[in-house]
Design a protein around this ligand. Sequence first.
Ligand SMILES: CC(C)(COP(=O)(O)OP(=O)(O)OC[C@H]1O[C@@H](n2cnc3c(N)ncnc32)[C@H](O)[C@@H]1OP(=O)(O)O)[C@@H](O)C(=O)NCCC(=O)NCCS
Length: 209
Amino acid sequence: MNLSYLYGKLIKKLHGTCVINSCIDNTSVIGRSCNVVNLAMDKYSYFGDCCQIVNAEIGAFCSISDHVFIGGAEHPMVWVSTSPVFQNVRHSGPSKRFAKFDLPKSKKTIIGNDVWIGHGVTIKQGVVVGDGAVVGSNALVTKDVPPYAVVGGVPAKLIKYRFPQEVIDRLEEIQWWNLPDEKISGVVDLFHIMNPSLEDINRYFPEIP
Ligand SMILES: CC(C)(COP(=O)(O)OP(=O)(O)OC[C@H]1O[C@@H](n2cnc3c(N)ncnc32)[C@H](O)[C@@H]1OP(=O)(O)O)[C@@H](O)C(=O)NCCC(=O)NCCS
């Protein structure tokens, strides 16, 4: 192992992650070099490296790739200037010499359960991404995404739905992501069936009306 390799490894490790005022389930994981403020993240979710998440709720079993921005701050466009030097905000930008005015509070962004967000996605503050949705790489999401929709592009548009509507409705009724781990372990074979039908799902959850 040569010195420059070790040096590279060290520098990578030093790119720390900053988590402020957040509640992250201990089964969930945050990548390197992330900036996280006011986040509530449920069980078995993760996001990759270099993400910025501000004022958001993320459900369970979400897969969030690298370089994803969720709920970033917005500068006031209706003031004479958008520059933060006029705003009473904590930031690492330029001098706050003229800071006098408070910014309106940012809107909370909600990411449902079992959501997959691809590489380089930006999700505007206040957007709601439904359970089971998929956001394609490099999308800019400006509007709510329905459950189990696959969206992509700038601005993001509907590409398709993952499953037929009857299957989506049933998954939303069951809310398997809220079940205890032992129950999920008991039905885990369902998670390997491609394009499961309503009958497949009901076979594994006969007791849920
Ligand atoms: C969105 C995604 C899941 C769709 O996958 P898919 O179902 O295999 O989609 P297809 O390749 O069959 O494409 C279907 C249509 O969506 C379009 N499309 C696919 N991905 C897109 C994206 N990221 N943005 C915009 N449009 C996209 C295709 O051009 C195609 O359009 P058409 O029907 O007009 O020809 C996938 O393309 C994607 O972005 N995955 C994320 C990968 C990633 O970021 N991985 C990081 C590790 S987690």
